[in-house]
Design a binder for this molecule. Structure first.
Ligand SMILES: Cc1cc2nc3c(=O)[nH]c(=O)nc-3n(C[C@H](O)[C@H](O)[C@H](O)COP(=O)(O)O)c2cc1C
Length: 208
């Protein structure tokens, strides 16, 4: 598929068919990730792929399973969200957090080597390792789209992070970037409506 077509077709999907992804395709997607730029020339990235159902259940065990619309609305109000499109996105996505990770054809946990404390950066470049792994993740999402595979990322909450690291037995100096759920879209799956944005509205020639 043409790169621009794959880019344009990428979308977040949270409802999946009960269909595994062939290991060869998983490797192809990860190889696409590994083509991404990295700050220190080393691509210090590792991928834990959780396919076994029992292992998957264990990894996602700390994620809240049930939400009420009222609860999500209250949470959105607490940070003054007034954008109707944004609110609709969260109302659709939040209740799916647990099931999307459980039912995805493939759950990838991308890890990156983080030399210092990730959450105490002193400069922008202290965040280079995190920025680099996200280049890798985006490459994977685009490569997946070229294969007719879609998915979604979720940033783990603090209580989830230690739990995942313990289960995965990841080395001390590695951090997890996100959960990356990939799969074939379910029959009813659809993208949450996004606000359309165009380059001409975003570009500031010479100065803002
Ligand atoms: C850094 C980052 C964190 C995200 N975290 C979550 C998340 O925790 N749960 C979720 O369902 N989607 C998450 N998403 C997906 C976004 O909600 C989604 O990309 C956005 O709504 C735009 O929709 P689209 O991907 O279909 O274009 C995340 C995306 C990014 C880039």
């Amino acid at each position: 598929m043409d790169a621009y077509k794959a880019l344009a077709s990428r979308k977040s999907i949270r409802d999946f068919k009960n269909q595994a992804i062939d290991k060869k395709i998983i490797k192809k997607i990860i190889n696409a990730g590994l083509c991404a730029p990295s700050n220190n020339h080393l691509r210090e990235w590792e991928f834990v792929i959780v396919q076994d159902r029992a292992a998957r259940l264990k990894v996602i065990d700390k994620i809240q399973k049930k939400y009420t619309q009222k609860g999500i609305e209250a949470w959105l109000d607490s940070w003054n969200s007034t954008d109707s499109v944004q609110r609709a996105c969260y109302l659709a996505a939040v209740p799916k957090q647990y099931t999307m990770l459980l039912t995805a054809g493939c759950l990838i946990l991308p890890f990156f080597r983080q030399p210092g404390p990730l959450l105490k950066p002193k400069s922008l470049s202290d965040l280079n390792a995190l920025a680099s792994i996200w280049c890798c993740i985006e490459n994977m999402l685009i490569a997946a789209a070229a294969e007719g595979i879609y998915g979604v990322t979720r940033i783990p909450f603090s209580k989830e992070i230690n739990h995942i690291k313990e289960i995965c037995k990841s080395p001390e100096d590695y951090e997890i970037a996100c959960y990356l759920a990939l799969g074939y879209p379910g029959d009813q799956a659809k993208q949450t409506r996004q606000r359309p944005v165009k380059a001409q509205e975003k570009i500031h020639w010479n100065s803002w």
